[in-house]
Design a protein around this ligand. Structure first.
Ligand SMILES: NC(=[NH2+])NCCC[C@H](N)C(=O)O
Length: 506
C-alpha cells in the first residue's frame, strides 16, 4: 500500500477533516467572456484576482485546521518585501507555493503524475482526443519537459507564447472554471473512490483528469478501489432519444456519506435516475463498503439547486442547514405566501406550486449477500427532506427528536431564503463536527445559526483568534464566514469547493 493510499478514508460528513483535495481559481477563469459564462456554468464573469484573494482566505483557514506549519510559512511570505512572493505562495506551480500534503492541490498532483512519461503521453492523448486537438497541438504538449507547466496548461487550456512558437498565448482547450468545485469530481466512500461522470460538456475534462489522479496517484496500487459506473454495454445500440433516458451522469455534490452505513444520493439536474439505480446496485454489491441504507432524494431539475448539497448540508449529528422551500414541513404554507407575493410581481412562472422533492429508501443488511434482481426498496419512506434529515439524526446517530435542529436558509424568511440559497447558504463544509465554513454575504442565515447557538466569525477574526494562541481544533459550534463577493458567482460554496480525502471517525 502506498503512503497516499493509507490515508484515504471518509465515512461521514462531520469527522475532523484531516486531508482534502482543492483547486485554486486558475487563469482559465479570467478568460471567460460574457457570451460564454453560461456555457461555463457561471452566472457572470468574475474578477479573477479578487476571487483568488477570497479563495486564499479559504486556503489559509483550511491550513490552520489541517496543516498549521504551512500557515507560519504563508505568514512569512506575506511579510516579504516582494509582492510576487506574497502572491506566489498561494499559486500552484510557483516555487513559493506552500505545498501541503494535507490540503492537496489538484494541479500539483497532476504535475506529479505527468513526471511518469507513460502517464504523461496517455493523459495528453486522452485529453487531445476528447478536445479534438490537432496533431501539432498534441506534439507541442508532448514536447513540454516541465511537468508543472504541463499540468497548468492541461487545466487552464492556455499554451504560453514561449511554448508554441507563435509569439502569443494560444488557447488550445476551453477553460474548466468549475474545477474549483472539487466536491463534484469524485466521492470518497470510506477507502474507495466513486468517480463522477459529469453531466455537462463544460466539466468533462475534469472527470478525465480526476480519473488519472485516482488511478495514477491516490489508488496507484489499489485500482480495484476506484469505482466507475457507466452505461450498459448495449447503450450505443439505442436511438438518440432512448439513449438520453439511459444516460449515466453522476456529480459529487449529489452524494453524501451521512453515516458509515447510510449514503444519501441526489437525483437531480446533474445525477441521472439511471445513475442512481446503478449506484444502488454497485454499492450494495461492494459488500466491503458496509453501506446498508441508500436514501435517494429526488429534486426538481433546476439551475439554482443543481445538486442536493445546494439544498442541505450537515453541521452536527443533530444540526442541519436546509433550504426551507424544500422542506415538506413548511412547503405548503410557504408556497401560499410566496404565491401571493409573486403573483403581485406580475406573471412569474415560478409562482406556480413548487414541485415537491421525493425520498426513496433502499436497504440491504451488510451480512446479506447481494442479489441483482432483488427489490431492496423500503416500504415507508420519509415524507420529505426534513424528515430524512431528522431520521438520520435520530435513527443513525441516536439523537433525541427534540434535539434535532434545522437551520433554515435566510431564516426561512422570504425573499432572503431564496436569495441566500442562491449564494450557497446551505452549502457548508465541516472542519470538524459543529465548525463549518459559510459565506459572509448570507446575513440572515448567519443570524439563524446564531439563533441556534453558534458563534459567527469572519475568517479575519478567526485568524486573529488563532494567532492569539487559540487552538483551531478547540472551537465548537462556530460558523466561519469567507469573503464571497466573487466566489459566490461561480454558484458553489465551501462544500462544493472541498473533496474530503480523510476524516476522523466520529
Ligand atoms: N456541489 C456543488 N453544489 N457544486 C456546485 C457547482 C457549481 C458549478 N458552477 C456548476 O454549475 O457545475
Amino acid at each position: 500500500m502506498s503512503s497516499a493510499q493509507q490515508s484515504l478514508y471518509v465515512e461521514t460528513e462531520l469527522g475532523a477533516l484531516r486531508k482534502l483535495l482543492i483547486h485554486s481559481p486558475d487563469g482559465g477563469i479570467g478568460k471567460i467572456i460574457p457570451s460564454t459564462f453560461q456555457d461555463n456554468l457561471y452566472d457572470d464573469i468574475v474578477h479573477l484576482k479578487k476571487m483568488q484573494k477570497e479563495y486564499n482566505h479559504y486556503v489559509k483557514l483550511l491550513l490552520y485546521f489541517l496543516d498549521p506549519e504551512k500557515v507560519a510559512y504563508i505568514n512569512n511570505c506575506q511579510q516579504s518585501a516582494s509582492e510576487e512572493v506574497q502572491a506566489n505562495c498561494f499559486i500552484p506551480g510557483k516555487k513559493e507555493y506552500f505545498n501541503s500534503n494535507k490540503v492537496l492541490e489538484a494541479q500539483n498532483l497532476l504535475e506529479e503524475i505527468v513526471k511518469d512519461e507513460k502517464v504523461k503521453l496517455r493523459l495528453i492523448s486522452a485529453i487531445c482526443s476528447y478536445e479534438e486537438s490537432s496533431l501539432s497541438i498534441q506534439q507541442k504538449l508532448e514536447a513540454i519537459q516541465n511537468p508543472a507547466l504541463l499540468a497548468k496548461i492541461i487545466i487552464t487550456g492556455i499554451l504560453p507564447a514561449a511554448e508554441n512558437g507563435t509569439g502569443e498565448d494560444q488557447y488550445i482547450f476551453p477553460p474548466i472554471p468549475n474545477f474549483i468545485f472539487t466536491r463534484d469530481i469524485g466521492i470518497m466512500l470510506k477507502d474507495h473512490i466513486l468517480l463522477s461522470r459529469m453531466a455537462t460538456s463544460a466539466r468533462k475534462r475534469e472527470s478525465l483528469i480526476t480519473k488519472f489522479l485516482a488511478l495514477y496517484y491516490f489508488f496507484k496500487d489499489t485500482p480495484e478501489k476506484v469505482i466507475e459506473i457507466i452505461e450498459e454495454s448495449d447503450f450505443f445500440l439505442y436511438e438518440e432519444q432512448e439513449r438520453r433516458q439511459r444516460i449515466i451522469t453522476i456529480e459529487g455534490g449529489d452524494i453524501m456519506m451521512t453515516h458509515p452505513r447510510h449514503l444519501v444520493v441526489g437525483c437531480s439536474e446533474r445525477t441521472s435516475s439511471n445513475a442512481v439505480n446503478e449506484i444502488i446496485h454497485t454499492l450494495f454489491s461492494r459488500e466491503e463498503l458496509g453501506i446498508e441504507k441508500i436514501s435517494v432524494v429526488k429534486i426538481p431539475r433546476k439551475r439554482a439547486q443543481m445538486h442536493i448539497d445546494t439544498i442541505f448540508t450537515q453541521v452536527k449529528r443533530n444540526v442541519w442547514v436546509l433550504y426551507g422551500r424544500y422542506s415538506e414541513k413548511i412547503m405548503e404554507a410557504e408556497n401560499n405566501i410566496k404565491k401571493s407575493y409573486l403573483d403581485r410581481l406580475a406573471h412569474r412562472a415560478d409562482a406556480e406550486k413548487e414541485e415537491a422533492p421525493e425520498i426513496l429508501q433502499f436497504f440491504k443488511k451488510a451480512s446479506e449477500p447481494y442479489q441483482r434482481n432483488k427489490d431492496y426498496s423500503c416500504p415507508n419512506n420519509p415524507t420529505g427532506i426534513e424528515s430524512l434529515l431528522v431520521q438520520i439524526s435520530t435513527q443513525d446517530y441516536g439523537c433525541k427528536p427534540e434535539d434535532v435542529k434545522i437551520i433554515y436558509s435566510g431564516g426561512n424568511d422570504f425573499p432572503h431564503d431564496d436569495r441566500e440559497q442562491w449564494t450557497d447558504s446551505c452549502n457548508v463544509v465541516a472542519l470538524k463536527e459543529g465548525v463549518v465554513i459559510g459565506y459572509d454575504r448570507n446575513d440572515k442565515t448567519s443570524e439563524a445559526f446564531r439563533g441556534a447557538g453558534f458563534q459567527i466569525m469572519t475568517t479575519e477574526q478567526a485568524f486573529t483568534l488563532f494567532e492569539s494562541g487559540v487552538q483551531p481544533q478547540s472551537l465548537e459550534n462556530t460558523l466561519i464566514l469567507l469573503p464571497s463577493a466573487e466566489l459566490s458567482r461561480a454558484r458553489g460554496g465551501s462544500h462544493c469547493m472541498s473533496m474530503p480525502l480523510l476524516r476522523d471517525k466520529l
